[in-house]
Design a protein around this ligand. Structure first.
Ligand code: ATP
Ligand code: MG
Ligand code: MG
Length: 370
């Protein structure tokens, strides 16, 4: 639940903040953590803003490992940004430590807090107001891959085990169909068949990984537009934020999840499937930005597999919705009857649409590959 003023005050008192607290308020539109904006006055220096967050302990069971990942990645990014002549105060998150030197504070209720320097003169947009925003997010997430290309990804903690292990998720799906605890399987026969017909999609990346053909990368795993800060003056995507789900993974999956969500012409739970398709203009825009941002640091194989990333992520997401439907809506919150069934249908419609447009998707990647 929400923190009380006493709990918030305890947290504030335990971070290495300077100056006099002038103002504190709930901030932003995040759905996972509780975010606050604090303003401190430092005599002779004006006001300094910081972000304070109470981490969601239901979602993140390993907050210490999570912050270890954030520290590793942001410290590395800081060095890269300085090397490139950038501004490390605005182009990466900067953790403000607690008084004991740790990158988090565990309060007397057992909740974990952390703090970041506030990134000034930039905006995180909740909806794509113009295609340029989508393009800027692609460049920023591509640049994130570029800057972290030599980071030892295997040293990161896997904070959510098997997050994009699509092969393992396929096995869970098959078990859910067999068990059919609510007797819902008969009502989603076609959807189940759609998944069963595509076992090779579920296995595709796992098999290449088994053969050692895909490098392990630092992945963000929540590549939404509002996890990018866009500079108010230049309109450029300057910083990737919200590093909670940073983990070892595959570059194609970060790309693919952005396409799944951002290039779809309809909402994730649209019931009129005639409205659902993968927009090739948006797909091209994102592909262009992402490949530019990566600046040649991905392998030829990774670039070539970007369309497959879009298909695998969309397929996996649909399969997860369908699995949850069969298991009784235990994971994804539902707001109406059969919500997860409707959600899986949009994803499978997108997969089918991508299959139809496959040649176009591949040729767009080739157009920007170098
Ligand atoms: P999500 O629902 O995307 O998972 P979340 O709950 O994990 O969000 P964040 O994305 O970390 O929360 O932060 C919420 C919002 O707070 C951001 O969208 C952004 O507007 C703002 N924000 C977070 N960190 C900073 C920062 N360092 N500087 C400026 N604004 C920030
Ligand atoms: Mg966020
Ligand atoms: Mg988040």
């Amino acid at each position: 639940g929400e923190a009380s003023p006493i709990q918030i005050a305890e947290a504030i008192g335990n971070f290495q903040f300077n100056g006099r607290l002038m103002r504190g308020c709930a901030y932003g539109n995040g759905h996972i953590n509780d975010t606050y904006l604090l303003t401190f006055q430092i005599s002779g220096m004006g006001n300094i803003k910081v972000i304070l967050q109470k981490m969601n302990k239901d979602v993140f069971e390993k907050p210490v490992e999570l912050m270890e990942n954030v520290m590793g990645v942001t410290a590395y990014l800081r060095e890269q940004i300085i090397k490139n002549g950038g501004d490390p105060e605005r182009e990466t998150l900067n953790v403000i430590p607690a008084y004991d030197g740790k990158p988090y504070y565990k309060d007397s209720y057992g909740e974990y807090w952390r703090s970041y320097k506030f990134i000034t003169d930039a905006t995180s947009y909740d909806v794509v107001e113009k295609p340029e925003h989508f393009y800027q997010s692609a460049v920023a997430f591509g640049n994130f891959q570029c800057m972290l290309a030599d980071y030892p990804a295997d040293t990161l903690n896997e904070t959510i085990v098997g997050f994009h292990d699509t092969r393992a998720r396929f096995a869970v799906f098959k078990k859910a169909v067999e068990e059919d605890v609510l007797g819902r399987a008969a009502s989603v026969k076609d959807e189940i068949q759609f998944v069963l017909d595509r076992e090779e999609v579920a296995n595709y990346f796992s098999e290449l990984q088994d053969k050692g053909e895909l490098p392990l990368r630092v992945t963000h795993n929540d590549t939404k537009l509002n996890n990018i800060m866009i500079d108010n003056k230049t309109g450029k995507g300057i910083c990737v934020i919200d590093l909670d789900t940073v983990m070892p993974g595959l570059a194609m999956n970060d790309f693919g999840d952005s396409i799944r969500f951002g290039a779809s012409t309809a909402a994730e739970d649209e019931r009129d499937l005639s409205k659902v398709s993968c927009d090739m203009d948006l797909y091209e825009l994102y592909t262009k930005g992402f490949i530019e941002g990566c600046a040649g640091r991905l392998t030829g194989k990774e670039i070539e597999l970007l369309p497959m990333g879009a298909k695998v992520m969309t397929f996996e997401c649909g399969m997860r919705f369908l699995t949850d439907y069969l298991q009784g809506d235990r994971y994804f919150k539902i707001h109406r009857e059969d919500h997860n069934r409707d959600r899986c249908r949009t994803q499978f419609k997108l997969v089918a649409d991508m299959e139809k447009k496959w040649d176009t998707m591949e040729s767009i990647v080739r157009k920007y590959a170098r």
